[in-house]
Design a protein around this ligand. Structure first.
Ligand SMILES: C[S@@+](CC[C@H](N)C(=O)[O-])C[C@H]1O[C@@H](n2cnc3c(N)ncnc32)[C@H](O)[C@@H]1O
Length: 313
């Protein structure tokens, strides 16, 4: 990577670095050696007429899909053979093919290994949650943009396509493990020794509530840092020497990398967004993140002893 141009900014966390490039991602991809990136977590423009600062989100469908295939081909070249591209795409209710068309455009370059559903909002009836959930009333959580329509539903999810070079990239499924609710399952299922099970492919990740959009989230289409954080953990943080986001926006993937102690490289064509991404990454250096394995084990133990007490009562 010694031939790379000078980054716009570098944010250093211990021995790790987040490098930000003010450039078209196709130019950055060209400069990266083949097989040099472990994980790409990104969300390109969706071509839905979103009002970005500089990028015009209004290509014709065929131009957009041709461009999509070009950048995914460039991403596939730099990915390691055991790498992962986590590609987040949304759609608008009146144009639901967009996300699926984008996934199709990846087909000649990468295998579709998993489809993850990023759930932004969900309603759960108390009765269907079961007594163990302890709900006192029906639950409705998360945020979405309500639409006024007699044809289309409110859009409460987006896709995260997990694309890999050979469809055989190993994952650290228990890094996102969910504690078993019923301890009898712990001995029944193989691989359940840690008291947690695979989270599966529905991830409830709400946006943080904000007071003022222009000040708190000055970009029309971001994902919360917890989304890339979960992608990186699932790929296996220890295996990541370099993560990338070719469409950095406000730097959610960079923030996740700073929290997890992972090297990051990102491109963004808009300087206002990139400057904000750098500021957010600087702020994010204090660790927070999802519960670590030890915490999960403690939670699993608690669940298991609660079950025991219930059984004995
Ligand atoms: C959907 S947003 C990404 C948001 C980001 N995931 C976040 O959470 O902040 C897409 C971004 O890509 C940028 N962009 C569009 N075309 C680009 C290109 N060719 N190279 C680099 N950035 C580009 C846009 O300015 C926009 O900020």
């Amino acid at each position: 990577m010694s031939d790379l141009p000078k980054p716009y900014q570098i944010v250093t966390t211990g021995s790790r670095q987040c490098k930000f490039y003010l450039t078209d991602c196709l130019d950055l991809f060209k400069q990266l050696p083949k097989h040099s990136v472990n994980v790409i977590v990104t969300s390109p423009p969706y071509n839905l007429g979103i009002d970005y600062n500089s990028y015009k989100d209004t290509l014709s469908r065929s131009e957009y899909l041709t461009w999509t295939e070009t950048w995914i081909g460039a991403a596939a070249r730099v990915l390691r053979p055991d790498g992962s591209l986590f590609l987040n795409v949304g759609a608008k209710p009146s144009d639901p093919w967009t996300a699926l068309d984008v996934a199709q455009a990846a087909r000649s370059h990468l295998r579709l290994q998993n489809i993850i559903h990023w759930i932004k909002s969900i309603a759960i009836e108390r009765a269907s949650a079961g007594a163990a959930a302890g709900l006192t009333r029906d639950l409705a959580v998360g945020h979405y943009k309500p639409i006024n329509s007699d044809r289309f539903l409110n859009d409460c999810h987006e896709f995260v396509f997990h694309l890999t070079p050979h469809g055989s990239t190993g994952l650290d499924r228990l890094a996102l493990g969910v504690p078993y609710q019923d301890e009898s399952n712990i001995s029944r299922w193989r691989g359940a020794g840690e008291g947690v099970r695979c989270r599966g492919n529905t991830w409830f990740i709400p946006y943080e509530t904000i007071q003022r959009r222009d000040r708190d989230r000055p970009h029309p289409a971001t994902f919360p840092p917890r989304l890339p954080e979960q992608c990186l953990r699932l790929h296996g943080v220890k295996r990541v020497q370099l993560a990338m986001d070719p469409f950095t926006g406000l730097g959610s993937t960079a923030v996740a990398c700073a929290r997890l102690g992972v090297n990051f490289i990102g491109a963004e064509m808009d300087e206002t967004y990139l400057a904000e991404a750098v500021a957010r990454t600087r702020e994010a250096r204090a660790p927070r993140a999802l519960p670590g394995r030890a915490t999960r084990m403690r939670k699993a133990e608690l669940t298991s002893s609660t079950m025991k007490r219930r059984a004995e009562a």
